[in-house]
Design a protein around this ligand. Structure first.
Ligand SMILES: [Mn+2]
Length: 509
């Protein structure tokens, strides 16, 4: 059996067989970059197999949403990028005969199981860092192509009558193409993995890397060691350097004039007709000149060697996309998808994944511009009104000035801004728009702080539960929902818990 992730081959084959036997399928997926690409991979595989389907997106899959799905009248439901964690609810409907679930997910399974369940965690593969929802769905899509290719399924959706075929095995031209084995979908799987922040030290690892390799072999992806900064396809060079904050380079990061001065000091002409070029515009030697200049500058400003190493990483280029567009780079592509998801336009994100380069793509770009504008307005507001420092954390409350869906990103960006302590966790509050009595909380730390023991997931979980809310997430980035009016009480607990984790009230040196 030819599978990109052999450990999942049997599960994928069983799930694929079930889908191929279905009359119609409801595909339910999560609303984020990974969920959108998962849906696109699943939808394309179903389409190519000639199976009727519909797609629905959910922000989160709870008992009520599963009930809605059960009442939609589909005999088979494919859940992608969620489903495992909600199995106890899903199997109830399965038992009642509402539908047969097929799951392609990479989140922690609940204490229940079902027959058609593809999840790396069930086979000892790390679903947090080695395989995304889109990657898991890709494994399933590959199995669907395998099952379909040796059977009677027409893989191109055209009604081909076997009787009219010439004798002997037909010389099927589709077998020369990446689409034959669904291998072209590896590009979307990589966008999903990058969107779920599964890169480790700048590159995809494990099963994700195996999928990327299939994409390269299929001619839809290119990977290279490159400058690890966001916006290599679309940002003018000074903006690329100014806004890159993963590795802070004094005199360049967050400094427009510093970035321009640095670029003008290099012995390379980085403008064309007076306008700054983008990274994608540069030739190999020009890129090398910029990278070595950056490294020298960073060394001279005392950036530690292990941080300097992080200036380069793997880039994932979608070779069939137009150069200089956000779709050409996996990281920029995933940001575009997140922008559509954040403004509840999953339909637009899905259409782009499925190949719409006209109306949906224009709409997605408009949403991305709006997203950027909201971020920069949010950041301006935090910068002008300032943050309040407690003993161990700092915070701001935007009320309704920043959308709850972006307050976390704004908080993270604020950690690099003037007047904000870069070595102290930041907590941002914003009112929830869909619940008048609730406040959304987002907390952000830094790798340095988590290295000292900070675990914001724990902090958000514990502090929110003490004031009647709920929370969780990751050590470096976490969130919560708390009752409106309980913010101060919540913050007091947060400050205390962070103090215990990072060892007291230091930091104000
Ligand atoms: Mn995911």
């Amino acid at each position: 059996m030819d599978s990109p992730v052999p450990a999942l081959a049997d599960r994928a084959a069983a799930a694929a067989d079930r889908l191929l036997a279905a009359d119609s399928v409801l595909l339910a997926s999560h609303i984020d970059a990974d969920g959108l690409t998962s849906a696109a991979v699943g939808a394309t595989a179903l389409e190519r197999a000639g199976i009727a389907f519909e797609v629905t997106f959910k922000k989160q899959l709870d008992a009520a949403e599963i009930e809605t799905i059960a009442n939609a009248g589909f005999e088979t439901v494919l859940f992608t990028d969620f489903g495992s964690g909600q199995l106890e609810h899903i199997v109830q409907h399965e038992r009642e005969g509402a539908f047969t679930p097929v799951i392609a997910d990479h989140h922690q399974p609940a204490d229940a199981d079902t027959e058609y369940h593809v999840n790396p965690l069930l086979e000892g593969i790390d679903g947090g860092g080695e395989l995304s929802g889109a990657g898991t769905t890709y494994v399933l899509a590959r199995a669907m192509a395998e099952c379909g290719s040796d059977g009677s399924q027409a893989t191109d959706g055209v009604d081909i009558r076997p009787a009219s075929s010439p004798a002997g095995p037909p010389a099927d031209p589709s077998h020369d193409h990446a689409t034959a084995g669904n291998r072209d979908l590896a590009a979307l799987a990589v966008v999903g993995a990058v969107g779920d922040m599964q890169t480790v030290d700048g590159e995809l690892i494990g099963a994700n890397a195996a999928i990327a390799a299939e994409g390269v072999a299929a001619g839809v992806l290119d990977t290279a060691t490159d400058l690890a900064m966001y916006g290599t396809q679309t940002r003018p060079l000074p903006k690329l350097l100014e806004y890159a904050s993963d590795v802070r380079i004094p005199g360049i990061t967050n400094s427009q004039s510093g970035s321009i001065r640095f670029l003008e000091g290099l012995d390379v002409d980085l403008r064309r007709d007076g306008d700054w070029r983008t990274w994608a515009d540069l030739r190999h030697e020009e890129r090398q000149a910029v990278v070595s200049g950056l490294v020298q500058h960073a060394v001279s400003r005392g950036v530690p060697p292990d941080r300097i190493n992080q200036l380069v990483g793997s880039s994932y280029t979608l070779t069939r996309e137009e150069p200089g567009t956000v779709l050409r780079d996996a990281s920029e592509f995933s940001t575009l998808l997140n922008a559509t998801a954040r403004y509840e336009r999953a339909d637009v994100g899905l259409a782009v994944c499925l190949g719409d380069r006209a109306q949906a793509f224009a709409e997605a770009e408009r949403l991305l511009r709006r997203h950027r504008r909201n971020l920069s307005e949010g950041l301006d507001w935090v910068a002008s009104s300032g943050v309040t420092r407690e003993t161990n954390v700092q915070w701001f409350h935007a009320e309704d000035r920043i959308r709850e869906t972006i307050v976390g990103i704004v908080a993270g960006m604020a950690l690099g801004a003037d007047g904000v302590d870069p070595d102290r966790p930041i907590v941002g509050f914003a009112y929830k728009t869909d619940a008048e009595d609730e406040t959304k909380v987002s907390a952000r730390g830094t790798p340095r702080l988590t290295g000292r023991g900070l675990d914001l997931a724990d902090v958000m979980d514990e502090a929110s539960s003490r004031v009647g809310g709920e929370g969780g997430g990751h050590a470096v980035a976490a969130g919560a929902t708390v009752p409106r009016g309980k913010e101060s009480a919540f913050l007091e607990v947060v400050d205390e818990l962070v103090g215990v984790q990072v060892g007291g009230s230091g930091g104000d040196g």
